[in-house]
Design a protein around this ligand. Sequence first.
Ligand SMILES: CC(C)(COP(=O)(O)OP(=O)(O)OC[C@H]1O[C@@H](n2cnc3c(N)ncnc32)[C@H](O)[C@@H]1OP(=O)(O)O)[C@@H](O)C(=O)NCCC(=O)NCCS
Length: 213
Amino acid sequence: MQHALALHTPSPSRRVPYPAHLVAHAALRDGTRVTVRPIRRSDLALERAFVFGLTPQTRYQRLLSGRKLLPGELRRLTDIDYAHELALVAIASVEGREQMLGVARYVRDDAHEAGSAEFALVVGDRSQGQGLGETLLRHLMRAAAEDGLAVLTGITLSDNVRMIGLGRKLGFRAHREAGNASVTELRCALDDARAEALHATPAFDDALLWGAG
Ligand SMILES: CC(C)(COP(=O)(O)OP(=O)(O)OC[C@H]1O[C@@H](n2cnc3c(N)ncnc32)[C@H](O)[C@@H]1OP(=O)(O)O)[C@@H](O)C(=O)NCCC(=O)NCCS
Protein backbone atom coordinates (compact mmCIF):
# COMPACT_ATOMS: atom_id res chain seq x y z
CA MET A 1 0.00 0.00 0.00
CA GLN A 2 1.18 3.53 -0.72
CA HIS A 3 2.08 5.77 2.20
CA ALA A 4 -0.36 8.62 2.76
CA LEU A 5 2.40 11.20 3.01
CA ALA A 6 4.93 10.05 0.45
CA LEU A 7 7.91 11.46 2.34
CA HIS A 8 10.41 9.22 0.61
CA THR A 9 11.56 11.34 -2.35
CA PRO A 10 15.21 12.35 -2.82
CA SER A 11 16.51 15.59 -1.35
CA PRO A 12 15.95 18.69 -3.52
CA SER A 13 18.12 18.90 -6.63
CA ARG A 14 17.36 22.63 -7.05
CA ARG A 15 17.55 22.21 -10.81
CA VAL A 16 13.95 23.17 -11.41
CA PRO A 17 13.10 26.82 -10.72
CA TYR A 18 10.04 27.94 -8.75
CA PRO A 19 6.99 27.27 -11.00
CA ALA A 20 5.63 30.81 -10.80
CA HIS A 21 3.22 30.19 -13.69
CA LEU A 22 1.10 28.11 -11.28
CA VAL A 23 0.20 31.11 -9.11
CA ALA A 24 -3.57 31.77 -9.24
CA HIS A 25 -6.31 33.54 -7.30
CA ALA A 26 -9.65 32.23 -6.11
CA ALA A 27 -12.67 33.26 -4.10
CA LEU A 28 -14.23 30.82 -1.64
CA ARG A 29 -17.97 30.47 -1.05
CA ASP A 30 -17.80 32.73 1.99
CA GLY A 31 -16.03 35.41 -0.06
CA THR A 32 -12.52 34.77 1.29
CA ARG A 33 -9.93 35.58 -1.34
CA VAL A 34 -7.05 33.14 -1.56
CA THR A 35 -3.86 32.91 -3.52
CA VAL A 36 -3.06 29.40 -4.71
CA ARG A 37 0.66 29.01 -5.31
CA PRO A 38 3.46 26.45 -5.19
CA ILE A 39 4.95 26.07 -1.73
CA ARG A 40 8.31 27.71 -0.97
CA ARG A 41 11.03 26.82 1.50
CA SER A 42 10.27 30.06 3.31
CA ASP A 43 6.73 28.80 4.05
CA LEU A 44 7.96 26.63 6.95
CA ALA A 45 6.43 28.83 9.68
CA LEU A 46 3.10 29.08 7.81
CA GLU A 47 3.07 25.31 7.27
CA ARG A 48 3.89 24.65 10.92
CA ALA A 49 1.07 26.92 12.13
CA PHE A 50 -1.32 25.27 9.67
CA VAL A 51 -0.44 21.69 10.65
CA PHE A 52 -0.48 22.37 14.40
CA GLY A 53 -3.83 24.15 14.02
CA LEU A 54 -5.57 21.09 12.54
CA THR A 55 -8.02 19.21 14.74
CA PRO A 56 -7.04 15.64 15.64
CA GLN A 57 -9.78 14.32 13.33
CA THR A 58 -8.56 16.27 10.29
CA ARG A 59 -4.96 15.30 11.02
CA TYR A 60 -6.03 11.67 11.32
CA GLN A 61 -7.86 11.80 7.99
CA ARG A 62 -4.83 13.33 6.31
CA LEU A 63 -2.17 11.05 7.81
CA LEU A 64 -4.34 7.96 8.26
CA SER A 65 -2.94 7.75 11.76
CA GLY A 66 -2.93 9.72 15.00
CA ARG A 67 0.80 10.47 14.89
CA LYS A 68 2.25 13.98 14.88
CA LEU A 69 4.61 15.29 12.23
CA LEU A 70 8.24 15.62 13.28
CA PRO A 71 10.10 18.91 12.65
CA GLY A 72 12.20 17.25 9.92
CA GLU A 73 9.08 16.06 8.16
CA LEU A 74 7.61 19.56 8.15
CA ARG A 75 10.79 20.90 6.60
CA ARG A 76 10.74 18.10 4.07
CA LEU A 77 7.12 18.95 3.13
CA THR A 78 8.01 22.61 2.63
CA ASP A 79 11.41 22.34 0.95
CA ILE A 80 10.42 20.34 -2.11
CA ASP A 81 12.03 19.38 -5.39
CA TYR A 82 9.72 20.61 -8.14
CA ALA A 83 11.22 18.04 -10.51
CA HIS A 84 9.53 15.26 -8.55
CA GLU A 85 6.74 16.84 -6.62
CA LEU A 86 4.47 19.81 -6.26
CA ALA A 87 2.63 21.30 -3.30
CA LEU A 88 0.05 24.02 -3.89
CA VAL A 89 -0.86 26.08 -0.85
CA ALA A 90 -3.88 28.35 -0.40
CA ILE A 91 -2.90 31.56 1.35
CA ALA A 92 -5.27 34.22 2.68
CA SER A 93 -4.59 37.50 4.38
CA VAL A 94 -6.14 37.50 7.86
CA GLU A 95 -5.90 40.81 9.70
CA GLY A 96 -2.96 41.73 7.52
CA ARG A 97 -1.07 38.51 8.15
CA GLU A 98 -0.63 35.61 5.75
CA GLN A 99 -2.32 32.39 6.79
CA MET A 100 -2.26 28.97 5.14
CA LEU A 101 -5.77 27.56 4.69
CA GLY A 102 -5.02 24.37 2.80
CA VAL A 103 -2.47 22.40 0.82
CA ALA A 104 -2.61 19.86 -1.99
CA ARG A 105 0.46 17.96 -3.10
CA TYR A 106 1.61 15.20 -5.37
CA VAL A 107 4.78 13.17 -5.47
CA ARG A 108 5.81 11.32 -8.61
CA ASP A 109 5.78 7.57 -8.19
CA ASP A 110 7.29 6.25 -11.43
CA ALA A 111 8.87 3.33 -9.57
CA HIS A 112 5.39 2.09 -8.71
CA GLU A 113 3.73 2.99 -12.03
CA ALA A 114 5.25 4.99 -14.88
CA GLY A 115 3.68 8.43 -15.27
CA SER A 116 1.84 8.26 -11.96
CA ALA A 117 1.88 10.41 -8.86
CA GLU A 118 0.32 10.10 -5.44
CA PHE A 119 -1.65 13.08 -4.14
CA ALA A 120 -2.72 14.25 -0.69
CA LEU A 121 -5.00 17.10 0.27
CA VAL A 122 -5.94 18.87 3.48
CA VAL A 123 -8.05 21.94 4.20
CA GLY A 124 -7.98 23.62 7.61
CA ASP A 125 -11.07 22.92 9.71
CA ARG A 126 -12.48 26.44 9.59
CA SER A 127 -12.19 26.56 5.79
CA GLN A 128 -13.79 23.20 5.03
CA GLY A 129 -17.01 23.13 3.00
CA GLN A 130 -16.17 26.42 1.22
CA GLY A 131 -14.97 24.89 -2.03
CA LEU A 132 -11.28 25.14 -1.17
CA GLY A 133 -10.59 21.40 -1.38
CA GLU A 134 -12.11 21.35 -4.85
CA THR A 135 -10.18 24.45 -5.92
CA LEU A 136 -6.86 23.03 -4.73
CA LEU A 137 -7.45 19.60 -6.26
CA ARG A 138 -8.49 21.09 -9.61
CA HIS A 139 -5.34 23.22 -9.72
CA LEU A 140 -3.22 20.24 -8.72
CA MET A 141 -4.75 18.02 -11.41
CA ARG A 142 -4.16 20.66 -14.06
CA ALA A 143 -0.57 21.14 -12.96
CA ALA A 144 -0.02 17.37 -12.94
CA ALA A 145 -1.43 17.02 -16.46
CA GLU A 146 0.74 19.91 -17.66
CA ASP A 147 3.72 18.21 -16.04
CA GLY A 148 3.09 15.15 -18.22
CA LEU A 149 1.63 12.89 -15.56
CA ALA A 150 -0.87 10.31 -16.80
CA VAL A 151 -2.38 9.11 -13.53
CA LEU A 152 -3.07 10.61 -10.12
CA THR A 153 -3.82 8.33 -7.19
CA GLY A 154 -4.52 8.95 -3.53
CA ILE A 155 -5.54 6.97 -0.51
CA THR A 156 -8.15 7.91 2.03
CA LEU A 157 -10.11 6.29 4.81
CA SER A 158 -13.16 4.53 3.40
CA ASP A 159 -15.46 6.48 5.74
CA ASN A 160 -14.09 9.84 4.49
CA VAL A 161 -17.23 10.75 2.54
CA ARG A 162 -16.02 14.28 1.84
CA MET A 163 -12.79 13.20 0.16
CA ILE A 164 -14.46 10.39 -1.75
CA GLY A 165 -17.32 12.70 -2.80
CA LEU A 166 -14.86 15.36 -3.94
CA GLY A 167 -12.75 12.80 -5.80
CA ARG A 168 -15.77 11.39 -7.62
CA LYS A 169 -16.92 14.90 -8.54
CA LEU A 170 -13.57 15.53 -10.24
CA GLY A 171 -13.49 12.21 -12.09
CA PHE A 172 -11.64 9.89 -9.69
CA ARG A 173 -12.73 6.29 -9.33
CA ALA A 174 -12.84 4.88 -5.81
CA HIS A 175 -11.69 1.32 -5.06
CA ARG A 176 -11.50 -0.29 -1.66
CA GLU A 177 -8.04 -1.72 -1.01
CA ALA A 178 -7.94 -5.50 -1.36
CA GLY A 179 -7.61 -6.97 2.12
CA ASN A 180 -8.07 -3.61 3.88
CA ALA A 181 -11.62 -2.30 3.46
CA SER A 182 -10.95 0.65 5.76
CA VAL A 183 -8.76 2.26 3.06
CA THR A 184 -9.96 3.44 -0.36
CA GLU A 185 -7.79 4.30 -3.33
CA LEU A 186 -8.83 7.19 -5.57
CA ARG A 187 -7.53 7.05 -9.12
CA CYS A 188 -7.89 9.38 -12.07
CA ALA A 189 -6.42 9.28 -15.59
CA LEU A 190 -5.19 12.73 -16.59
CA ASP A 191 -5.93 12.54 -20.29
CA ASP A 192 -6.60 15.50 -22.58
CA ALA A 193 -10.35 15.20 -22.07
CA ARG A 194 -9.93 15.47 -18.30
CA ALA A 195 -7.66 18.50 -18.64
CA GLU A 196 -10.27 20.15 -20.90
CA ALA A 197 -13.04 19.39 -18.41
CA LEU A 198 -11.02 20.92 -15.59
CA HIS A 199 -10.73 24.13 -17.60
CA ALA A 200 -14.36 24.11 -18.70
CA THR A 201 -16.08 23.62 -15.33
CA PRO A 202 -14.37 25.61 -12.61
CA ALA A 203 -15.73 25.36 -9.08
CA PHE A 204 -17.22 28.85 -9.24
CA ASP A 205 -18.38 31.28 -11.89
CA ASP A 206 -15.65 33.59 -10.78
CA ALA A 207 -13.20 34.72 -13.41
CA LEU A 208 -10.71 35.27 -10.61
CA LEU A 209 -10.54 31.55 -10.01
CA TRP A 210 -8.50 30.82 -13.09
CA GLY A 211 -7.43 34.39 -13.67
CA ALA A 212 -3.72 34.34 -13.01
CA GLY A 213 -3.22 30.63 -13.68
C1 LIG B 1 -11.65 16.25 2.20
C2 LIG B 1 -11.37 17.75 2.12
C3 LIG B 1 -10.04 17.97 1.46
C4 LIG B 1 -12.49 18.39 1.27
O1 LIG B 1 -12.23 19.77 1.17
P1 LIG B 1 -13.40 20.85 1.41
O2 LIG B 1 -12.84 22.18 1.15
O3 LIG B 1 -14.00 20.61 2.74
O4 LIG B 1 -14.47 20.42 0.29
P2 LIG B 1 -15.20 21.37 -0.75
O5 LIG B 1 -15.96 22.42 -0.01
O6 LIG B 1 -14.23 21.81 -1.78
O7 LIG B 1 -16.26 20.36 -1.39
C5 LIG B 1 -16.11 19.96 -2.72
C6 LIG B 1 -16.95 18.72 -3.01
O8 LIG B 1 -16.62 17.66 -2.11
C7 LIG B 1 -17.78 16.86 -1.96
N1 LIG B 1 -18.21 16.88 -0.57
C8 LIG B 1 -17.95 17.82 0.37
N2 LIG B 1 -18.51 17.47 1.54
C9 LIG B 1 -19.16 16.30 1.32
C10 LIG B 1 -19.90 15.42 2.15
N3 LIG B 1 -20.10 15.67 3.44
N4 LIG B 1 -20.38 14.27 1.59
C11 LIG B 1 -20.14 13.98 0.29
N5 LIG B 1 -19.41 14.78 -0.54
C12 LIG B 1 -18.94 15.92 -0.02
C13 LIG B 1 -18.86 17.46 -2.82
O9 LIG B 1 -18.79 16.88 -4.10
C14 LIG B 1 -18.42 18.91 -2.85
O10 LIG B 1 -18.94 19.60 -3.93
P3 LIG B 1 -20.32 20.44 -3.72
O11 LIG B 1 -20.08 21.37 -2.57
O12 LIG B 1 -20.50 21.13 -5.03
O13 LIG B 1 -21.37 19.42 -3.40
C15 LIG B 1 -11.40 18.41 3.52
O14 LIG B 1 -12.64 18.20 4.12
C16 LIG B 1 -10.28 17.94 4.42
O15 LIG B 1 -9.19 18.49 4.41
N6 LIG B 1 -10.51 16.89 5.23
C17 LIG B 1 -9.48 16.41 6.17
C18 LIG B 1 -8.25 15.83 5.48
C19 LIG B 1 -8.62 14.76 4.49
O16 LIG B 1 -9.58 14.04 4.65
N7 LIG B 1 -7.81 14.63 3.42
C20 LIG B 1 -8.04 13.60 2.42
C21 LIG B 1 -7.04 12.50 2.51
S1 LIG B 1 -5.78 12.72 1.29
